[in-house]
Design a binder for this molecule. Structure first.
Ligand code: NAD
Ligand code: IPM
Ligand code: MN
Length: 361
């Protein structure tokens, strides 16, 4: 038996600690050989001890774990959001997890708000730059609290940062198939180079240069505003989308809507060869926290994505198949039209996955 994969589990705030036990249940049922360690980083600890990330926290994550599984951060008791920024953006930036991979897949027509859309129409992936852009925290405020106040928030785009994310997108396209088994074949770069010419110009030049190394891949370009329209008008045209940090954040909430809502969307924060972090796209959803109604599928599909990244593809596929079955049979929470609570939904899935595991042994 090979050594277990060591997973750091950080449930976080709000619905994070509600969806995470369901993801853990399903991971356990999958039979994957894992060693889980739980971390209490989040708003409660910050409010009690003033600590967001303990000393050497990121070094330890990087050194002692194969992957990190995160719930969500954000709590109305911390209006500055400082803990979420230090923990979540801290992991992304300080661990240099430069590729935020957000698959967008419609599992069943009933989940999509678009008239007549089928699973064949929505199967694309957004590759979001994750370590620079407008999230860089460069800037400041001047004359705060006066009528002359100035706030500067710089948009940092480095040659190295743009090049590595664009190359990641082309490599991803080359190595992945769609769910119907056909090869992915198009990379679209999304920017706002008609207005933001300095950053946009760099993205345009790098995209063109890198694309020349991949002659078999078709390139596309769209301004981010037009892309938002096209995403709801004709999502079939998208395959792999690469974009900056801010635009990637925004378009993946829109894309989550196409899949049935934020409760369905998974993501991975990846640096190839380094300890990477996996989290659902949704936040801590304070209004529904504690009500047993959070959809755990986003977290569960995220856990499957983590397994796949760790090379445990068979277990990942079992989990994905079980989620598909749950959606088809309406064994879901209310947001997807079912009548189950968060834990009932996780129980159903875990049982289904365990049966699959027993059969494949
Ligand atoms: P949100 O994703 O928490 O919620 C947006 C909407 O989606 C709400 O209507 C919510 O009820 C619904 N929703 C989200 N997840 C759901 C689920 N699993 N099941 C059913 N419904 C679900 O976004 P928000 O309201 O903008 O942010 C709330 C807090 O979360 C803020 O503090 C924000 O900063 C934080 N946030 C954190 C992350 C993260 O940790 N990765 C991501 C996004 C937002
Ligand atoms: C996300 C979230 C985060 C982001 C927030 C919580 C800082 O919205 O992961 O999509 O903007 O990246
Ligand atoms: Mn977001």
């Amino acid at each position: 038996m090979p050594n277990p994969k060591r997973i750091a589990v950080i449930p976080g705030d709000g619905i994070g600690p509600e969806v995470m036990p369901e993801a853990v249940k399903v991971l356990t049922a999958s039979g994957a050989n894992l060693e889980l360690s739980h971390f209490d980083w989040g708003a409660d600890r910050f409010l009690a001890e003033g600590v967001t990330v303990p000393q050497d926290g990121f070094t330890a994550l990087d050194r002692d774990f194969d992957a990190i599984l995160v719930g969500a951060f954000g709590d109305p008791r911390v209006p500055s959001n400082i803990h979420a920024k230090e923990i979540l953006l801290g992991m992304r930036f300080k661990m240099d997890l430069y590729a935020n991979v957000r698959p967008v897949r419609l599992l069943d027509s009933s989940l999509c708000p678009l008239k007549g859309a089928t699973p064949a129409d929505i199967d694309f992936v957004v590759i979001r730059e994750n370590t620079e852009g407008m999230y860089s925290d460069v800037g400041g405020v001047f004359k705060q609290g006066t009528p002359d106040e100035i706030a500067v928030q710089e948009d940092i785009n480095t040659r190295k940062g743009v090049e590595r994310i664009v190359r990641y997108a082309f490599d991803y396209c080359e190595r992945h198939s769609k769910h119907d088994g056909t090869q992915r074949e198009r990379v679209l770069m999304c920017d706002k180079s008609n207005a933001m010419t300095h950053a946009g110009g760099l993205w345009q030049r790098v995209f063109k240069e890198v694309s020349e190394e991949y002659p078999q891949i078709t390139t596309q370009h769209m301004y981010v505003d037009a892309l938002c329209l096209q995403m709801v008008r004709d999502p079939r045209q998208f395959d792999v989308i690469v974009t900056n940090n801010m635009f990637g954040d925004i378009i993946t909430d829109l894309a989550a809507g196409l899949q049935g809502g934020l409760g369905m969307a998974a993501s991975g924060n990846i640096h190839p060869g380094k300890t990477s972090m996996f989290e659902p796209v949704h936040g801590s959803a304070p209004p529904i926290a504690g009500k047993k109604m959070a959809n755990p599928f986003g977290a569960i599909l995220t856990a499957a994505m983590m397994l796949s990244h760790l090379g445990l593809k068979e277990q990942a596929e079992k989990i994905e198949a079980a989620v598909l079955e749950a959606v088809k049979q309406k064994r879901t929470t209310h947001d997807l039209g079912g009548a189950l609570t968060t834990s009932e939904s996780g129980d159903w899935l875990a049982e289904r996955v365990a049966v699959g595991s027993a059969q494949s042994r």
